[in-house]
Design a protein around this ligand. Sequence first.
Ligand SMILES: *[C@@H]1O[C@H](CO)[C@@H](O)[C@H](O)[C@H]1NC(C)=O
Ligand SMILES: *[C@@H]1O[C@H](CO)[C@@H](O)[C@H](O)[C@H]1NC(C)=O
Ligand SMILES: *[C@@H]1O[C@H](CO)[C@@H](O)[C@H](O)[C@H]1NC(C)=O
Ligand SMILES: *[C@@H]1O[C@H](CO)[C@@H](O)[C@H](O)[C@H]1NC(C)=O
Ligand SMILES: *[C@@H]1O[C@H](CO)[C@@H](O)[C@H](O)[C@H]1NC(C)=O
Ligand SMILES: [Cu+2]
Length: 704
Amino acid sequence: MPSILSVVVLLIQCWSPTSTFMMLPSTVWIRSVTALVCMYTLIQEGHYVKAGYRSDTHECLRTCEWPPKPKICRYDFTIELFHTMSTDCMDCPHNQTHCYRPQCIPADGVPRAIIVINKLLPGPSIQVCEHDTIEVKVQNNLINGESVAIHWHGIHQRGTPHMDGVPLVTQCPIPYRSSFTYKFKAETVGTHFWHVHGAQLPDGAFGSLVVRQAAPNDVHSSLYDHDLAQHVIFVHDWIHEIFIERYIRFFLHGFDDTPDTLMFNGEGRHAKFVHEVSNDTIYTPRHEVHVERNQRYRFRVIANAGLECTFQVSVDEHNLTVIASDGAPFQPIQVAALGLSSGERFDFVLNTRQEVGKYWMRITGREFCAGMKGLALLIYEGADGLPDPPEEETPSQMGVLLNPFNMKSSPGVVTTNELIAIGDDTWTGEETTDVVYYIGSQLGLINNPNYNHPVYNPTFGVAGDKSTFRGPLSPQLNHVTYKSPTKPLLTQSREVSEFEFCSFESTQAAQQHCRIHHCECTHVLEIELGKVVELVLIDNGLVLNNSHPMHLHGYRFQVLAMDKLGDMTSVDEVKGLDEAGNITRRYLNAPLKDTVPVPDGGYVVVRFKADNPGWWFFHCHVELHMLAGMSLVIHVGSDDDLPPIPQDLPRCGGDWYPKEDPMTGGLTPTAMPNSAAIAQDRTGIPALVCVFASVMLPLFSKSF
Ligand SMILES: *[C@@H]1O[C@H](CO)[C@@H](O)[C@H](O)[C@H]1NC(C)=O
Ligand SMILES: *[C@@H]1O[C@H](CO)[C@@H](O)[C@H](O)[C@H]1NC(C)=O
Ligand SMILES: *[C@@H]1O[C@H](CO)[C@@H](O)[C@H](O)[C@H]1NC(C)=O
Ligand SMILES: *[C@@H]1O[C@H](CO)[C@@H](O)[C@H](O)[C@H]1NC(C)=O
Ligand SMILES: *[C@@H]1O[C@H](CO)[C@@H](O)[C@H](O)[C@H]1NC(C)=O
Ligand SMILES: [Cu+2]
């Protein structure tokens, strides 16, 4: 709702002679009425100044009670183009207070265009209690005309699969100047986040989403004294250009995959400024975290990466007691450092029992970010005046590392499958698995014709001579590039040509072909409602040392087994191991996750009960890989199994073709462009189409 201040601002705006409403009328009473109409219109469109830029003041951020007193929590999100170090920043960083001015986003000090929500980086934080209803009106004001959809990462959307926010899977993306209001129950407890599902995510269109529980329901409530809004922390990578520019350059102008800065909650240091008086080098502000001595704080850390970056988080001279991941609690484990891949969340308790002082919170870059670091300051109350500690890491920081990057488990290294789940959602291990699928992820040495023309720009040399490799790879699942359908699957799947789809079975059959030729289709894995499904995820690690954090929408899965086998492996090798009984699954109290990094040259076995009907995206959470096609859709149940979906959801897409010639009034030739032929030609996989047809057509003939 608009505040009094914003009403005044609107009044001034609407009364002003420059307002389009004021161009015509002249008498005072007409002007008054027009001003009211103008204000009403602007309020309806969400143009008012939002009350409280930081969401820490939202009425839904409260101590959660038992029995619950659910609220409807409303948020207005406006997505738009903006800029770091804009004129709003005035004299930042020379006058540090200016860096905190409203709408000033210093980021790492380097000016760049960004795409943000409500002119905040990260965007507004949604922090609610279990059983609340979240209602977010998303207004798309992206002047460049891009469409968007927002995904609520970690929220299972049981009963509301149309609120999952995946463009052309669960909804039509929101066009420029339109809005879409997401509304769903906050039933998935824990640390989550929201983000645009698409290329605008790494440009700043993300924020945290925390669903807290009443203390009696939280198995870990006795372990901490505080669970504060300001201790929800994003760790993320940052580049100095709009992400899509880097993306397309990656494919067409060589391999440029290192971010510029690692940041805590949108704050980092990169650009150097010289102080006019002291001549010192100065920077934009670091992220600061305030605590009191001898208290136990629950921190909630969320990781996101646009590029192939993994993070290790630690706090100097403090151990972390890690208690939950992706919203699911496990037996507390004390560690010195914690690994996070894009899309993963971990909660830990920090016991502030050191001397009053300042300590570094560190992000240590791994994988393609090796050698990079990001720092935030942990400041004990009473330490404000103290100098910053030296930035070099003290060698004493030894201890356990949880969730390592591409490593086997060992005495100092605990992999996530070794965690012991506790809490209500923990499986007792009694249910048997109904079906197992092997899914290999690879950065295939395959020329993607969408970017590199096979003749004009044969990235891999003519005649497939891989030795001339000089460019990018094709991120794929089971040798197939995911291609977005033309219409959203959840609501309009019957209108999508069957030639666009390929089934999991057909891609298996076409594997030999697809290892050599680029295969691309809307890859759908069909699963019957209620089946217990195991996915054996393999990262063959053929080319680069690059783990893939695989994220499943709509579910949390058990992590049953995980190992790194070597520098590389293959689906066949892992299948062989499995058939020989050499993959040991731990079913009892297996940890629950919704995002898991698959070690490079290794595997992860996950399991879930397919009891949430819908079309659920399953993909690598490295933005670069997802956009390029390292994804598929897991379709659970049939249309009949779906919960009621509003009939008036926006419809979109397809290939429109004029049936009548407006010039002559006559009919144009009846033959439409043969989309099947095009699909076949583009993908170059007749085999795939044929196999697919035999598998999928019977299925579709039922529905047509
Ligand atoms: C910084 O800006 C604030 C607000 O504009 C002003 O009050 C203050 O004097 C400035 N500080 C310096 C050192 O210029
Ligand atoms: C500041 O640094 C510049 C270049 O390093 C030097 O020329 C100048 O004299 C310095 N000014 C002061 C006040 O130290
Ligand atoms: C952290 O834990 C390790 C091993 O459990 C222990 O040796 C170390 O002293 C602890 N460090 C702190 C600062 O508590
Ligand atoms: C991958 O890591 C292994 C060590 O685990 C190393 O020997 C190999 O050179 C690395 N490969 C690449 C492409 O970086
Ligand atoms: C499975 O493990 C056994 C015992 O360690 C070993 O002899 C066998 O070669 C393994 N099989 C495969 C396929 O790796
Ligand atoms: Cu990936």
